[in-house]
Every structure is written in structure tokens, then in C-alpha cells.
Design a protein around this ligand. Structure first.
Ligand code: AMP
Length: 535
């Protein structure tokens, strides 16, 4: 067992794994097929056999029911699917992908370690981060860290310079879009603001190209009906779409041959046509980028962007660079797009270990660490990473409402807001609504929509599963004060304390992080340990 840590970019559509090679550089390890990225797709061949990657992606066409893709979109939810009698949630499917990546990476690199750092999008809330960690545990791995993708991307381009620079990370992947503004100064990476759309990514460009090619085929062949109602035609077109899109990133025009019944047509498509059909998608990313910038400027007036980092496979489309240059006036610094995040994770993981070793050996540079701060050694310097809260957090209260059946309407009062700097503390008060109150049930919610919405149904409840009840209250009269204190640490873990001053009754609760309990994770670990990759 070595002291190495694998860095894993567990992506929505593609994943990658990196390590620190003998020369001390982060290097992405190629998979069995010789590719640097692996489709995040699992195909269940039997109860105990699975396939991950390109082969699994191809299996979608012939065996859709036994194939799972885009599982990252369900991370942190109770979504499950049955395969050969076993139910798998997002943790289980992700665990299979992780296991497969690490098993082969060990073989390819000769590095025998189970230690990993896994990356997550900046907008992932607590439940999604915890589900990602649990996926690693279920894969039999030792998850030494979870790091956000933009921070990993920044680490991959080297951040130990002398200057302070403000970075904008534009990350357009296969299924998600993420923007992050961060300030990098010697020794500190401070995330200032994040924004994004978790349902916008390369797959949307594929869908537009699918429609465009289909339209052209119909016109060329003079068809009256839509050929995509035919499953074979639709699947054939779908497989050709992604390749065509990629070709259009390097060539001005290309063609696809499509067959429907006896009709065979060679359909030509130009980059200009593709860009026209997808213009509104690019515009959506620009609008989000401007919003991220505005948020950052609200926190730090006058902030200017020094470097723009392009990340994510879909940033290869030339229109992205062109639009950011023309419409936002930005000059870009390219990263290795789909490899930067995995490399940054490996750098983070190995720096983290160096730091742990430094503490163990009593190095004085570790003495001034605040407990809430994370510091890592990169080379010879220490880097502290300061994050922001990804989603707002609040407690449910009620307000008088004559129209409501019982005269009260519940709403969520957010006391910590997305993009607040971490760690943070918030103090607030509530009051009882009826005389003779002896117990108060507390409900905590995490924002679950792109902007704050006070309706409880629009949020995700994160109250501990056992519930949170402030008991033994001394028959409080209406309008008695209850005090709340919310503490969120540097990693985003939240603790809420509710306190009733006259009786000194107090309850402290940790917001519920996970869908799975520890026993479930151990059970899943056993199931996955009993499964093997098909040869
Ligand atoms: P990621 O999840 O960051 O690896 O991004 C994967 C996405 O990037 C998928 O939607 C791919 O189709 C897309 N992609 C990869 N290469 C290219 C390319 N050359 N041109 C356009 N899109 C690409």
C-alpha cells in the first residue's frame, strides 16, 4: 500500500481518474480501451456481472433496460432501479463506476491504494456530497476528500504563484453547467460565488442536433411522417449525433448517412447551422455567467476577472470561446477541459496527505490552523480553501393566513443563503403561536430550486430522520421566544440549536446528510464486492 491518492472526476456523462506520477506530475490514467475518459454508464449483464464505460454505452442501444446513464443527476435522492432483483440507488451505480475506474487504474499505474478524492459540482448540496462519499465507501474505497470541480480545475493549472488573481471557471460538461468565481492568492483559494444549471449540458446540444438532422432528412427524403417514431431510426440517429457534434468542433461541415425503410440519404450539416440551432443554449450559459459575476460583485464591489478557465468537454465547441470573447470580453485560459478536474483532485488528495503527515510529524507550519479551515500543502506552500454555501438553508415557520384551512401558512425562512462565505454563524428568533405549548417540532429545509422559494414543498427537508422536537417546555404562552443558532462549518455541514430561555430547554440537531444509513452502505458494499466486471 502506498501513500498515493487517486483523484476521480465522477462526471455526469464521462469520468476520469488521475494520480501523481513518478515525476511528481498529475497524470490521467487511460482506461482499458486506451481512452482518458470513461463514459459514466453501467450495463448489468447478470446478477453479478457488470460492464462500465464505452461497452456499456453501446449496450444502451440493444439493452436499454439493463443500462444506466446520467446517474449523477439523481445523486442525493432516493431514486432506485432494479437489476436482476437487486435495487440500486445512485450511490450503488456510482460505486460500480468508481470501483471499475480504481480497479483498472491500480493495474495501469502499479499504484496499490484505495485512497481517493472524488470531485463534485460546486452546486452540490449536503445530501449529494454525502451520497458521493457513500458511493466511494460502497466501492470499498477510502474517501479521503470530496473537492468541488472548479477548485480542482484551479489546482490543475497551478495556483502557487505570487500574485492574487480572480478566476472565472466556466464548466460546460455533458449534463451540467457550472460557473464559479474564485480568488486565488498565495496560500488561499477563496470561492466567491457559484451559479449554474444542473440540467444544461452537452446532451442538450445533442438533442438540438438530433432535431436538426431529422428535419433535414425529412425535407431531403420528402417524408410526410416523422421517422424518429421508428425506434431503430431514432437510435441510429442518436448514436451518430454526438460524433457529428464533435466533428463540427473541428470542421466547418460534415455529413451523416441515414436510412429509413428504403430511403437512404446523406445529410449535410454545417457548423453555422448547428450554432444557429443551439444559440439559445449558449445564451443561457452567458446569462448564468453574468449572474454569477453580479453575485460576486455584490460581495466584492469592483471585482474584475483576470483569468477565465474553460472546463468540461462541451467547452470544446468553438462557439463557446467565441461567445465568451465577443459578449463578455473575456480572454480565455484553456485547461485540459475534461482532464483538468481529475488531475486537480489528484493534486488535492496528495497535498492533503502531505498536510496530514506534516501535522503528524509536528511541523510548526500546521500550528496556526483554525479548526474550520482546510489547508493543504502543494509542493512546499500551504493552501487554504475557503468555500461558499451551495444552497440556502432555513427553518419552517408559519404566518397568519385567513385563507388557510387552520389560519396559518407554513413557509421557509432562510437564515443562510447560497453563496454565503463559509464557515458561517446565524442567530435568529421565532415565537410560539398558541398558549400552553409544551413541545415544538422543528423542520429544516435546504433550497431545492435555482432561486430561493419559501414554499416548503419547493425545498428539500433535511431534518434529522429521528425528527427534531424541543420538549418539556413549561406550557409557554403564545408569542414566547425561541432562539435559534445555525452554525455551518467550512465543508458545509450544518448544526442548528433551538433554545427556550425560560426553561433552558435546548436541542441541537445536525442536518440530515444522507439518503442511506450506515448499515445500508455496508450492505451495498457487500453486494458490490460480490460483483465482477465481465471480461
Ligand atoms: P465532460 O462531462 O466534461 O467530459 O463533457 C462531456 C461532454 O462533452 C459530452 O456531452 C460530449 O459530447 C462533449 N464533448 C466532448 N468532446 C467534444 C467536442 N470535441 N465537441 C463538442 N462537444 C464535445
Amino acid at each position: 500500500m502506498t501513500n498515493q491518492v487517486f483523484g476521480i472526476d465522477l462526471g455526469t456523462t464521462y469520468s476520469a481518474i488521475a494520480y501523481i506520477n513518478d515525476f511528481g506530475n498529475a497524470e490521467v490514467l487511460r482506461n482499458r480501451e486506451g481512452d482518458e475518459t470513461t463514459p459514466s454508464v453501467v450495463f448489468f449483464e447478470s446478477e453479478t456481472n457488470f460492464v462500465v464505460g464505452k461497452e456499456a454505452k453501446n449496450a444502451i442501444l440493444v439493452n436499454q433496460d439493463a443500462t444506466v446513464s446520467l446517474i449523477k443527476r439523481h445523486m442525493g435522492t432516493a431514486f432506485t432501479q432494479q437489476f436482476f432483483g437487486t435495487a440500486f440507488g445512485p450511490e450503488g451505480i456510482s460505486a460500480i463506476i468508481l470501483k471499475d475506474l480504481v480497479d483498472y487504474a491500480k493495474e495501469a499505474s502499479g499504484v496499490d491504494t484505495d485512497k481517493v478524492v472524488i470531485t463534485v459540482p460546486a452546486y452540490f448540496g449536503l445530501a449529494e456530497k454525502e451520497a458521493t462519499r457513500q458511493a466511494g465507501v460502497a466501492a470499498g474505497l477510502d474517501v479521503v476528500g470530496i473537492v468541488t470541480e472548479p477548485v480542482a480545475a484551479a489546482l490543475s493549472v497551478g495556483i502557487t504563484g505570487e500574485e492574487t488573481r480572480t478566476l472565472f471557471v466556466y464548466d460546460l460538461g455533458g449534463g451540467t453547467f457550472d460557473c464559479t468565481v474564485m480568488r486565488v492568492s498565495p496560500g488561499v483559494i477563496e470561492v466567491i460565488g457559484i451559479d449554474g444549471n444542473r440540467l444544461l449540458g452537452g446532451a442538450d446540444w445533442d438533442a438540438r442536433l438530433f432535431a436538426l438532422l431529422n428535419e433535414k432528412f425529412i425535407a431531403q427524403a420528402g417524408l410526410d411522417d416523422d421517422p424518429t417514431t421508428d425506434e431503430d431510426f431514432a437510435q441510429d440517429l442518436m448514436t451518430k449525433v454526438e460524433e457529428t457534434k464533435k466533428t463540427l468542433s473541428s470542421r466547418e461541415r460534415t455529413s451523416v448517412t441515414l436510412r429509413f425503410g428504403d430511403t437512404l440519404e446523406k445529410v449535410e450539416v454545417t457548423r453555422a447551422e448547428f450554432e444557429e440551432a443551439t444559440r439559445t443554449l449558449v445564451d443561457q450559459t452567458l446569462e448564468i455567467a453574468r449572474r454569477a459575476l453580479d453575485t460576486a460583485r455584490e460581495k466584492q464591489p469592483g471585482l474584475e476577472i483576470d483569468d477565465v478557465l474553460l472546463v468540461g468537454g462541451s467547452s470544446r465547441m468553438p462557439v463557446i470561446e467565441k461567445s465568451l470573447q465577443n459578449e463578455l470580453g473575456w480572454t480565455l485560459r484553456k485547461t485540459e477541459l475534461d482532464l483538468a478536474v481529475a488531475k486537480g483532485a489528484a493534486i488535492y488528495g496528495n497535498a492533503g496527505l502531505a498536510f496530514a503527515e506534516t501535522i503528524a510529524s509536528g511541523d510548526s507550519s500546521a500550528d496556526d490552523l483554525g479548526t474550520d479551515e482546510k489547508k493543504f500543502l502543494l509542493g512546499t506552500s500551504t493552501v487554504e480553501i475557503r468555500n461558499v454555501l451551495s444552497r440556502s438553508l432555513g427553518v419552517q415557520f408559519v404566518r397568519r393566513d385567513p385563507a388557510a384551512p387552520n389560519g396559518w401558512t407554513p413557509y421557509v425562512d432562510f437564515s443562510a443563503h447560497g453563496n454565503d462565505s463559509l464557515p458561517l454563524d446565524a442567530v435568529f428568533q421565532g415565537s410560539t403561536v398558541s398558549d400552553g405549548t409544551t413541545e415544538l417540532e422543528i423542520h429544516i429545509f435546504e433550497q431545492n430550486s435555482p432561486v430561493e422559494n419559501e414554499a416548503p414543498s419547493e425545498n428539500r427537508e433535511v431534518t434529522p430522520p429521528e425528527g427534531a422536537v424541543l420538549r418539556n417546555l413549561p406550557h409557554l404562552s403564545a408569542d414566547s421566544t425561541i432562539e435559534f443558532e445555525l452554525h455551518i462549518d467550512a465543508e458545509g455541514h450544518a448544526t442548528l440549536t433551538a433554545y427556550e430561555p425560560t426553561s433552558a430547554q435546548r436541542i441541537e440537531m445536525h442536518v440530515s446528510l444522507a439518503v442511506l444509513q450506515d448499515e445500508d452502505v455496508q450492505q451495498l458494499k457487500q453486494t458490490i464486492a460480490g460483483m465482477t466486471r465481465s471480461a
